[in-house]
Write a new protein. Sequence first.
Length: 174
Amino acid sequence: MSGAPKPAAFLDRDGVLNYDDGFMGTQDRIRWMPNAAKAIRRLNDAGYFVFLFTNQSGVARGFFTEDHLRVLHDWMLAELTVQGAHIDDIRYCPHHPDGTVAGYLQDHHWRKPAPGMILDLMQHWPVRRDGSFVIGDRETDIEAAQAAGLPGFLFAGGDLDAFVANVMGQSSVR
């Protein structure tokens, strides 16, 4: 993971990349946000790292396993690749203090609004803070961004590519 530092776009998954239909553990439930692949291609073409970071308490709640989640993420990455879009890395937090599955019942430091997933990605990739940003659909995503020292943008749904283009214009990447 060497190379020159470059800015990164940290995207929440449910509610940004795909519709948030609640506890999305299998591909049959995924409905892509309009122009999701186009938005990621725009970021790829502009030289950004593109990361997903997502709370997945469905694991702690027993709705699906981490293996199901990995299969789903592999499928999502493959679907995006077919459309010329590339996600560099994914972080997810399977923990929730109100869950039912042993081993996942804490309020983990990766669980948003904590910035753990963002900070971990920044440790493992040569991310340049300048020009980097977070897009999420909940206030907890924005709080995680702020805690990591990055600007956060609240996405209310609709055309993800148009939203990303607007955010890129505001982030003034040099």
